[in-house]
Design a protein around this ligand. Structure first.
Ligand code: 3H9
Length: 688
């Protein structure tokens, strides 16, 4: 059956797009729409045209999987130009999310009716693109340049209510979208309302708007090309004719679509979705019913985890060691909510309904009805085992027991459980109510239904899940340890702390390694490493950290760590002294180190470990590693994650540099992953 069909009701043609799952504007849809529009616009029995979609949403945009392939006519811009020539009123009936090219399609219509729960948006910047089917030219003509910039550079969809307020939606449908759109269109015909082509309007833009907007997004969009290209395109809308503006937008779109940045961001789009596809799990896998959740441990992590569930309507019991500690944890959650309200991200009513779902307790018996229990207690194997022991006495055989451990062996934790098959790792990232990643750690015995349930739950609390096997630090922290090791060694070799941080920041990380350690608290890692043997980590690399903690300089919370915090942030002189002392102690040669070496040592260590993680089967696929490192640690999305970046940079080059590092550093840490070696060989064969 055709993906685009039409029928005539009275004198209105209803064109329906039906291209599951999200009605992407693939070639078949574009061709179908073009054919139907040509047909009905010539039909004298048709006075007006409605475009509507079947399924869960209006068009979610261009078909992203077609980018990078030879273009097939009609392209979206051609289709939009055809629509601009139509003399009969065109009405879009929008449900779900009209995004990107899908929203641009509605902007080529003369009127827009939206379901009250519908959203519209131009999320192209998230794919390293700008709208390429006239969106940067039509939207500012409809709502003014300022609002258009907010939507295009922000990339976030807006609600029907907001769309109505700013003049995008002409009517909001409350019950039956099609019926109400037909009624709206009949009224248009009766009243003889004209076709309203956005191309004919002028753009309203304040003086200096574009200059100010560049400044406004400079920090948030650091390193990204697309948001700045979007400003140029909207500026072109305000300065050039419509056709010139469209040509300008087209050129910018073409440049971006073939740029490494957009390829990287598109890679992440598909990788984030692929991460939920687990061999052995399909629609028939039994999912457990999770209605009630319990969290053990009311520290910052436990409270953050609780908030995820409360915000999504799950009743949560939070367990602490005493009644006082339970009350304090409840207060902590309320305080987090209060600061969210202050930032304007939540209303008092929303907070009250979330808090009403929370029970704080110090009695394990109160967990007996919970379907999912997540422990977030102190990172100590003996304490975790005690928790499991206590849970054995109160939970039933179907309850899922999750641990939020960052490093500990979950197979060992599971051994003590009455039902080891119910045990899983749910590793949240701090702050847990904000960070979008959830590492789901499967043990040797985790039931497939438990993993499937965790994947579904992750989505229901708005997280992107990635499944990891058990190893020290799982995917995220194992990689981060290597990155941190190189930064620590570079300190001893003579690179100043602020230079290392600046190099990593300039590479695109949200902050340098040492600024991050100062923020999180240097003592956390120092304590974790105390339990390791010298075989398991590089004592030299973390010797300055240990010395700082010993002297009470644990990071920002103590006013000093790698930096001093006296109103402003300055490098702590003691770090330079300690680095020289430790270099002396361990016989590390001090030298001048280039910025290039700092960057490559840290990033290539990440890459090598990432490949090892895939080769050992800890991660299911290379793209999972990319999802973890971008969502968990802010690796720049425009580089697509460490392993995608490795491909862009060239495996052969990376391997060559690693061999050079091995010559000066020894091969304890620079033995290349077999997968990297293989990929480099394949790359060389391809290039012959
Ligand atoms: C654009 O429009 C450029 C134009 O300006 C100019 C062109 C010249 N294409 O996310 P889900 C797949 S750029 C192809 O799990 P949800 C997705 O991969 C585009 N495939 O569902 C997944 O496949 P699978 C601008 C797409 O309900 C399946 O659909 N638009 C597309 O959680 C279900 O997706 C965007 O950036 C697509 N456009 O969320 C919107 N969209 O099942 C991108 C989805 O094999 N899409 N798929 O894994 C979204 O944000 C979400 O998919 C949406 C639904 C909110 C719509």
């Amino acid at each position: 059956m055709s993906v685009v069909t039409s029928r005539i009701e009275n004198n209105i043609s209803i064109i329906t797009i039906d291209n599951p799952p999200v009605n992407a504007l693939s070639h078949a849809v574009r061709q179908g729409l073009s054919d139907e529009l040509k047909g009905v616009s010539k039909n004298d029995d048709v006075a007006a045209i409605i475009i509507i979609c079947n399924g869960r949403t209006f068009c979610a945009g261009a078909d992203i999987s077609e980018f990078g392939k030879p273009p097939k006519s009609p392209g979206l811009p051609e289709l939009m130009a055809e629509m601009d020539m139509i003399e009969k009123p065109l009405v879009a009936a929008v449900h779900g999310t009209a995004l990107g090219g899908g929203f641009e399609l509605t902007l080529c219509c003369h009127y827009r009716v939206m379901e009250s729960a519908a959203k519209v948006g131009l999320p192209e910047v998230n794919l390293g693109l700008i709208p390429g089917a006239g969106g940067t030219q039509r939207l500012p003509r409809l709502i003014g340049a300022q609002e258009a910039l907010d939507m295009i550079c922000g990339g976030k969809p807006i609600s029907a209510k907001k769309a109505y307020e700013i003049g995008i939606a002409d009517h909001i449908s409350k019950e039956n979208l099609l019926k109400e759109t037909i009624k709206y269109t009949e009224d248009l015909i009766k009243e003889g309302k004209p076709t309203k082509r956005l191309r004919d309007l002028d753009v309203v833009a304040a003086n200096d708007l574009f200059k100010e907007y560049r400044k406004k997004i400079a920090h948030k969009s650091r390193g990204f090309l697309a948001p700045f290209a979007a400003i140029e395109a909207v500026q072109a809308a305000s300065e050039l004719s419509f056709d010139q503006g469209v040509a300008f937008e087209r050129e910018k779109f073409k440049e971006l679509v073939s740029s490494p940045q957009s390829k990287a961001q598109r890679h992440l789009f598909f990788s984030e979705r692929a991460a939920s596809k687990i061999p052995g799990i399909d629609k028939t896998t039994p999912i457990r019913d999770v209605k009630k959740v319990a969290i053990i441990g009311g520290g910052l992590m436990g409270c953050g985890i609780a908030i995820n569930f409360l915000n999504n309507g799950f009743p949560v019991t939070l367990l602490e060691v005493s009644a006082d500690a339970a009350t304090a944890a409840k207060e902590k959650i309320e305080n987090i909510y209060r600061s969210t309200i202050k930032k304007g991200r939540m209303s008092e009513d929303q907070m009250n309904s979330s808090m009403a779902l929370l029970t704080a307790s110090d009695d394990y018996n109160d967990l007996s009805a919970s379907d999912l229990i997540i422990e977030a207690v102190f990172e100590d194997m003996a304490i975790k085992k005690q928790v499991i022991n206590n849970l054995n006495k109160v939970t039933d055989e179907n309850a899922i027991i999750a641990t939020n451990t960052s490093f500990l062996d979950i197979n060992e934790i599971a051994e003590g459980a009455a039902h080891p098959e119910n045990v899983i790792g749910l590793h949240f990232f701090s702050p847990a109510h904000i960070m979008p990643l959830l590492e789901i750690v499967k043990t040797d015995k985790s039931d497939i239904g438990v993993i499937a349930t965790a994947l579904k739950l992750a989505k229901s609390i708005g997280k992107t899940p990635v499944v990891s096997g058990v190893c020290y630090g799982f995917i995220a922290n194992r990689m981060s340890s290597c990155y941190g090791r190189e930064a620590g060694l570079l300190l001893l070799e003579g690179a100043p702390v602020d230079r290392i941080d600046k190099t990593l920041y300039d590479f695109g990380m949200p902050m340098g390694m040492f600024s991050m350690l100062d923020m999180a608290g240097i003592d956390i890692g120092v304590m974790a490493r105390e339990k390791l043997s010298s075989e398991e980590y590089d004592e030299r690399a973390f010797s300055v950290h240990a010395a700082l903690v010993k002297s009470g300089q644990k990071g920002k919370k103590t006013g000093a760590g790698f930096y001093k915090y006296n109103g402003d942030k300055t490098p702590n002189q003691r770090v330079a002294e300690l680095s020289a002392e430790m270099a002396d102690k361990y016989g590390v040669k001090r030298r001048d180190i280039t910025t290039k070496e700092i960057e490559e040592r840290c990033i290539f260590a990440l890459i090598n470990e990432g490949f090892k993680i895939v080769e050992e089967g800890i991660a299911l696929r290379a793209s999972d590693v990319d999802v973890v490192y971008t969502l968990g640690f802010g690796f720049p999305r425009y580089r697509g994650g460490p392993l995608h970046y490795a491909q862009q940079l060239g495996f052969t080059y990376i391997l060559k540099r690693m061999k050079e590092f091995a010559k000066t550093q020894g091969d304890r840490w620079w033995a290349p992953s077999k997968m990297l070696v293989k990929l480099a060989e394949e790359e060389r064969e391809e290039n012959v």
